[in-house]
Design a protein. Structure first.
Lengths: 320, 451
């Protein structure tokens, strides 16, 4: 008789499965778990969390030197960048149409459609495409992109409570999914999911972005929001059960701790090491809190985080 | 686990003799449950009831202290699986392992690096807790020499690692070493009687190692029966997956099943299975968030120490009482007297979103942080903690007029209504209404301050 009875928890609920990617091309499915992250002894984890490479449609202006040099010339075109990301093992491309921002070039919907077509020619990975986070421009470029990529089942964004109707309707018409972002509050995420579903969006076409805080910059708040969303989902609340997308790359790399080479205390150590750890530690902590789609910036981080996911997905024998 | 009044009452004599100063035994029990009285006030409880009460009121995870003063590690006594339920209270110790097979001057150097490391974050001084010294080749003299080197840093917490009881006894034979109350690592199936005797003799905490939870629980019961209370457990898991499973199960067993044999802090060694230093740091990251009490790494450098200490600070923040920023005027990017002055609250999330937008805008800026007791802009405005009077008082306190040459102040867009009031408080100032959301700060600065 074993002395220790494994303290297994059985959940009623399950995370919603969401499939991305077009017919005849690579597809990725996320979600479907009936357990907390990586706890194989409690339930099933049919799909591993995936890594999306952050790609911009214009060369980044203020990225840290060590990210820029890691990508090299690929940064000059989104197609080349996405292709390189695919070669480096990314599961998805997260394409930010930054150039559509009124102050970054104000490029048009037609241009956005062209960019997305080029990226899709360069790689057959599934795409998440978001606008510049300015409501009117988001609507303009995303409508054009959705049209150009009909049937390719992209995830489109960014949907917020102030701007969801156009993007949701466009996604539904084109057979796409959406990314819905709420400001770091479990109930606001849930409300936004309800808003989207109320206008007819199927539950399997929604990915939540509950807002990410980087290590040292509110990461613990994001962690608790992710965990509470996930616990609610496992307890059976379908309106919190959508897969979670996390911006560990973007949020980490804009902090001084990742970027600053000079003018910081010696006790911060070598920026090349510190910056990568900042991104990777944010990513790992939030993967273990419930993130299914991890958007990363540095190729090395993609590699290391994938290696860790491999090891967390390897089923362990019983502990006791 | 805290006992309820009724549970305590069961153990009392139920005679209502009032000797304790309370009218009835039940009233006394209620006071005890609220921790407003001591059990010793009742002279009539039996010894049996006393020990039963003590056992039942013991925390589900024992609080264990490694070291005496300075950077002692105090771990255990956690009550939650998730930090939103209840704070994680006792930050895990972060230690560096040195091996006695390494060159002594290198070992001494590493020890000094750990001892001298300090870093500041949100007004707190953070440092590494201590050292673990491993008897690597089984050579007693080498171990004693390495332990001796650690005596140069008496403020550090210490773990002595050898499976050989004779070697352990020799190290603890030096009263100056034993007096530091190091963690003895480790009692195993093969040596536990001798190790337990050493722990008892020197009143040191004892680590117990076994492969798997069954064997571990069997061993801790034996060690506890030998009179050792301060135990740290090592389930032998070394990789990401198995340690996540083992540590989660140990925590659940202790908290949800009140399973005493595993109700102890856990020690981990994230460097042993790591294929790179990044992986080692990431596994330590997992261990901070997922239930370790003592984390022994195999490498140390400022670039890994700083993020790990930050991670620990984040995870162990009280979720109900969010980290507050210290009020004051913060400079960003070497501002001069002509640089813009913004004002916000000391709620850390507000501060973080504002500061990271200023940071990424690249504009040299002054940010005045007003003490709003950790409330966000709108909440603190609604509760009167962020009004014209508070802001003008803060400006006076922080001697803003000495730092800044111009006379314009940017207030958060969400509290634009404060403008009129502020113009009354600061007649010679121009009050500007900034963006509602932090993301607007960069464009706002660019629009108004581009030279
Ligand atoms: S002294 Fe003890 S027995 Fe007497 S009333 Fe108080 S609790 Fe009851």
């Amino acid at each position: 008789m074993p002395k220790v009875e494994a303290p297994v928890e059985k959940w009623r609920g399950r995370v919603q499965e969401v499939r991305l990617g077009g017919d005849g091309r690579k597809q990725v499915t996320v979600g479907g778990e009936s357990t907390l992250p990586f706890l194989h002894f409690d339930g099933e984890i049919p799909h591993r969390p995936v890594i999306a490479a952050e790609v911009l449609d214009m060369p980044p202006a203020d990225w840290a030197e060590n990210v820029v040099s890691a990508w090299g010339d690929a940064l000059k075109s989104p197609a080349a960048w996405a292709k390189k990301a695919a070669q480096l093992g990314a599961d998805l491309i997260f394409l930010r149409l930054a150039s559509a921002h009124p102050e970054q070039g104000n490029t048009s919907g037609a241009q956005a459609a062209k960019t997305v077509s080029q990226v899709m020619e360069a790689t057959d990975l599934p795409l998440i495409v978001v606008g510049p986070d300015v409501a009117e421009k988001d609507n303009e470029v995303i409508v054009a992109v959705a049209e150009a990529a009909r049937g390719q089942r992209l995830a489109l964004g960014t949907v917020t409570d102030k701007n969801y109707r156009t993007i949701v309707a466009t996604a539904m018409a084109g057979g796409h999914a959406v990314v819905a972002q709420a400001p770091m509050d479990m109930n606001l995420s849930k409300q936004l999911n309800i808003l989207c579903c109320d206008v007819g969006l199927p539950k399997d076409s929604l990915v939540m972005d509950p807002t990410t805080g980087a290590l040292g910059y509110g990461m613990e708040y994001a962690l608790s929001v992710f965990e509470r969303l996930r616990l609610a989902a496992l307890q059976g609340d379908a309106m919190t059960a959508m897969p979670i997308l996390c911006h560990a790359g973007y949020e980490s790399w804009r902090q001084k701790e990742a970027k600053a080479v000079e003018g910081v205390p010696v006790s911060w150590g070598d920026q090349k090491v510190r910056s990568l750890l900042w991104e990777q530690m944010t990513a790992l902590t939030l993967l273990q809190s419930g993130a299914e789609i991890m958007v990363l910036r540095h190729p090395r981080s993609m590699d290391v985080v994938r290696g860790v996911i491999d090891r967390l997905m390897a089923r362990q024998g019983p502990v006791s | 686990m805290a006992l309820t009044a009724i549970e305590i009452y069961k153990y009392l004599p139920k005679t209502n003799c009032k000797d304790c100063g309370f009218p009835t035994c039940l009233a006394f029990a209620m006071k005890l449950a609220q921790k407003g009285a001591e059990l010793s006030a009742c002279k009539h409880v039996s010894e049996e009831a006393k020990s039963a009460l003590e056992a039942a009121s013991r925390p589900p995870i024992r609080l264990v202290t490694i070291g005496k003063d300075g950077r002692k590690v105090e771990v255990g006594n956690e009550v939650a699986m998730f930090r939103h339920e209840k704070t994680f209270y006792h930050q895990p110790g972060l230690l560096l392992r040195v091996k006695d097979s390494a060159a002594p001057d290198k070992v001494a150097q590493e020890m000094a690096a750990v001892a001298s490391y300090k870093v500041e974050r949100v007004g707190m001084q953070l440092s590494w807790n201590g050292l673990a010294i491993q008897n690597d080749g089984g050579d007693k003299a080498a171990f004693l020499a390495a332990v001796k080197l650690a005596q140069a840093h008496p403020e550090l917490a210490l773990v002595l690692m050898s499976d050989d009881p004779d070697t352990m006894a020799a190290a603890l034979g030096d009263p100056a070493v034993a007096g530091r109350l190091p963690l003895i690592y480790a009692a195993t199936e093969a040596n536990w009687q001798k190790m337990a005797a050493l722990a008892k003799q020197h009143k040191c905490p004892l680590a117990v190692r076994a492969g798997g939870l069954d064997a571990l629980a069997t061993l801790t019961e034996q060690v506890a029966a030998a009179g050792i209370e301060d135990i740290v457990v090592d389930p032998g898991a070394r990789d990401f997956g198995d340690s996540l499973n083992a540590l989660t199960q140990i925590r659940r067993l202790a908290l949800k099943k009140s399973f005493r044999p595993l109700g102890y802090p856990v020690i981990t060694f994230p460097g042993e299975k790591a294929s790179s230093q990044e992986e080692e740091v990431l596994l330590a990251t997992q261990h901070i968030a997922r239930y370790a009490g003592v984390i022994v790494l195999d490498h140390f450098s400022p670039a890994m120490a700083y993020p790990l200490l930050t991670e620990r600070l984040n995870i162990y923040t009280d979720p109900q009482k969010p980290l507050q920023m210290q009020a004051g005027v913060y400079p960003f990017g070497k501002p001069d007297p002509a640089s813009p002055l913004l004002v916000t609250t000391n709620f850390s999330l507000t501060y973080f979103s504002v500061s990271s937008e200023i940071e990424s805008s690249g504009f040299p800026t002054w940010l005045m942080v007003v003490d709003t007791e950790g409330q966000s802009v709108l909440t603190s405005w609604a509760s009167g903690k962020f009004d014209a009077e508070k802001i003008s008082k803060a400006a006076k306190n922080f001697k803003v007029e000495e730092k800044i040459g111009h006379r314009s102040l940017v207030i958060p867009g969400a509290v634009a209504v404060l403008r009129g009031e502020l113009e009354g408080e600061f007649p010679e100032w121009k009050i500007m209404v900034g963006p509602r959301e932090a993301v607007g700060i960069g464009p706002f600065l660019k629009q108004n301050w581009a030279r």
